[in-house]
Design a protein around this ligand. Sequence first.
Ligand SMILES: C[S@@+](CC[C@H](N)C(=O)[O-])C[C@H]1O[C@@H](n2cnc3c(N)ncnc32)[C@H](O)[C@@H]1O
Length: 252
Amino acid sequence: MDNQKPKLFSKAPLPFVGQKRNFLKAFRSVITDNIINEGCGWTIIDVFGGSGLLANNAKHLLPNARVIYNDFDNYSNRLSNLADTNRLLILLTDVLSNSPRGKKISDRVKAKVKDTVNNFDGFIDLQTLSTWLLFSGKQVGTLDELWQHTMYNTIRRTQYEIADNYLDGIELTSVPFEILMSQYKTSDKTLFILDPPYVSTKQGAYALDEYFGMVQFLRLMSLTRPPYIMFSSTRSELLSYIDHIKEYDVME
Ligand SMILES: C[S@@+](CC[C@H](N)C(=O)[O-])C[C@H]1O[C@@H](n2cnc3c(N)ncnc32)[C@H](O)[C@@H]1O
């Protein structure tokens, strides 16, 4: 078992829509109150890993556990190119230096932004770039799509912290949840962390094979067994669903 321990992060090193930074206090106490010996003998699987923030916290707090991060969005690739992202940040900060913060960027400056990005010789982190140029939280799937939008100067003021040790000791995989959960469904001392895209919400920021709707949710529930930690929103009606299961004893 790799019990190297990553540095503890309280937010993801690079932007990620839907990261669970505001739920870390509760998450940390649930895992440390329920799992003893720093996770010895346990496997913890962050099934819908997103930014990997929950996997990072789990491995830091329970370093003896095996922690698996399902990196479905290839976030780790964004992390390994963080130095390029910082380099592009410096270039665009310069391009935007005379544009008022929070305000729409003129067509002339937008053309310069586009030139700078198109001529950049490194990795382009589209999700991060969107947070510097688009109105609050808007995300796009391609650069072409980015240029269609009205742009605002919301560029970040500081460099991103190098996060080389963010995933220390954590195993990475990248597979649809059905495959991963089926593999561990009957394993003992295996905790599923379940933070799926919320049904009935906009999911544009994620790498989706298909929209995560009712059918995916039911598939997920059929593979879910204790112990698990599930995140949900009130709009997803998870609690009503669980009440229904309890009342009618639908699951075996
Ligand atoms: C709400 S986010 C998870 C956020 C994460 N807990 C964090 O703190 O950063 C849901 C994640 O599920 C991923 N996802 C979507 N469909 C999936 C699938 N079929 N199998 C596995 N992951 C999937 C999305 O790409 C997204 O990264």
